[in-house]
Design a protein around this ligand. Structure first.
Ligand SMILES: [Zn+2]
Length: 460
């Protein structure tokens, strides 16, 4: 062999991002839609806490607006409803978004969601972000997207953050991502950064009634799938509302880059956060699962301690398990803010949190199974089985099976459908759904009983 071996150094995604960040921050006019920000009355600033660059409408906004820098959610009990306006439902939040985006200067077309089971891809089991539906072929230009520009209320699933569900208000195993996807092909340009900012700003201020002074836009860099580009997250009163990613460059192993022929916008907005933010309720789960929650509270004869939850809500953002260093200390701090003992606060939060976990997981189970997934031991089916069993255990621990029974349990799925019908329309009948849950329950119960027996034997 006379071929010479050559070692190529390949930078990781993180390294490529770290390399691009200072260059982007030093040249905002080159990478970010600064002219549009200025036109809308925003000025560039540096966050004193995290040192990121962001755009604000008033100097009263000192930090970038991220809850990590703000220390709390300040929209709780302090939302954006107009005088006399009733609470915005979860479904109405989608309708408002749709109305705004389909009447924008370059109107977007609303399309129906894709199945959550990502059969068109062999690298993932479930759709975890709206853009998954258009990857890889629409992004590479090999296939035309179903509409362009488009918006979509895509149901997504993520199973990596289960411990934060029920607490932070931001975390879900299944959630609806409002997507704005734009594919700018050579010779068929739609719009890019400036219009994207304008359209999002119009929706925030005109539809949601949020004053410009309350909005901050944070400059960032996005890297993924061999591409790179600027991204802009926007925050309102401590809550990240959306993230706009502009795929602009192709990156190489050494971090160098060239302009892409096809420039794609991928905007993701958590629908669950919109009704929460506008209503200013103490947790997003209340609005998202409105019907299912009411059903469960009624059936189990439970009440939410409003005083404690209202006091807890603003600080719930500090309980992100992945970020918090000393969880007990954080609970103590929250309790002292509310003026209660940590035990009293935990006592009020814990059972309701478990109810929220059940509601979150059952909604994800409803959509995944309805779309063709089955609980199993491998891959995506394993995730479904895992959360279903977690639900069964929480039900057992609290003695809720005694009150609900299987029939009452299956009714939760029907209530979820009511909450979702305003977005997705009537669910088609799925005759074996109840049977699938029952079989899983029997299997779980059997293995649960078996492990108890084994444990008792060992103890004896
Ligand atoms: Zn900051």
């Amino acid at each position: 062999m006379d071929e010479q071996e050559e070692t190529v150094q390949c930078l990781t995604t993180k390294e490529i991002k770290a390399l691009a960040q200072p260059e982007f921050a030093a040249n905002p006019d080159k990478f970010y839609p600064t002219e549009t920000f200025r036109k809308l009355g925003f000025h560039r600033a540096e966050c004193p806490k995290c040192k990121c660059h962001f755009w604000r409408h008033t100097e009263k906004k000192v930090t970038c607006g991220d809850s990590n820098c703000e220390g709390k959610y300040s929209f709780i009990g302090n939302g954006f409803l107009k005088e006399g306006q009733e609470k915005v439902t979860f479904a109405e939040a989608w309708q408002g978004f749709k109305q705004s985006m389909t009447t924008a200067k370059v109107p977007c077309n609303a399309i129906e969601r894709y199945p959550i089971v990502a059969r068109w891809r062999n690298d993932v089991d479930f759709v975890a972000a709206g853009i998954f539906c258009f990857q890889p072929y629409c992004v590479t230009g090999e296939l035309d997207p179903p509409a362009n520009p488009l918006i979509c209320p895509q149901f997504c699933a993520r199973f990596n953050d289960l411990d934060n569900i029920g607490i932070t208000g931001r975390h879900y195993s299944g959630f609806i991502m409002l997507g704005i996807q734009v594919f700018n092909y050579p010779g068929d340009y739609k719009f890019f950064k400036d219009e994207c900012i304008e359209f999002n700003f119009r929706w925030l201020t005109e539809t949601l009634n949020i004053p410009a002074d309350e909005i901050t836009f944070i400059e960032d860099v996005w890297v993924g799938g061999g591409n790179l580009g600027p991204s802009i997250e926007y925050f309102v009163r401590g809550l990240e509302v959306g993230n706009m990613v502009f795929m602009q460059y192709k990156t190489f192993h050494d971090g160098s880059r060239e302009e892409l022929d096809i420039k794609v916008i991928d905007t993701g907005i958590g629908l669950e956060r919109i009704s929460w933010l506008v209503n200013g309720t103490y947790t997003s789960y209340q609005d998202t699962f409105a019907n299912a929650l009411e059903y469960m509270l009624g059936k189990l004869n439970m009440e939410i301690d409003k005083k404690i939850w209202e006091g807890f809500g603003p600080y719930s953002c500090t309980l992100n398990i992945d970020e918090v260093e000393d969880i007990d200390k954080t609970w103590e701090q929250i309790a002292s803010q509310i003026g209660e003992t940590p035990d009293k606060v935990k006592e009020a939060i814990q059972p309701i949190k478990e109810l929220f976990i059940i509601l979150d997981h059952t909604r994800t189970i409803l959509i995944t199974i309805s779309d063709g997934a089955l609980p199993s031991n491998v891959g995506g089916g394993g995730n479904v089985r895992n959360i279903l069993r977690r639900v069964f255990s929480i039900m057992k621990k609290n003695g809720w099976w005694d009150t609900l029974g299987m029939e009452g349990f299956l009714e939760i799925f029907e209530k979820h459908k009511i909450d979702l019908e305003g977005i997705y329309g009537k669910f088609p009948e799925y005759k074996s759904f109840g049977e699938i849950i029952q079989i899983e329950f029997d299997r779980w119960k059997y293995s649960d009983d078996e492990s108890v027996k084994k444990l008792e034997k060992i103890i004896k």
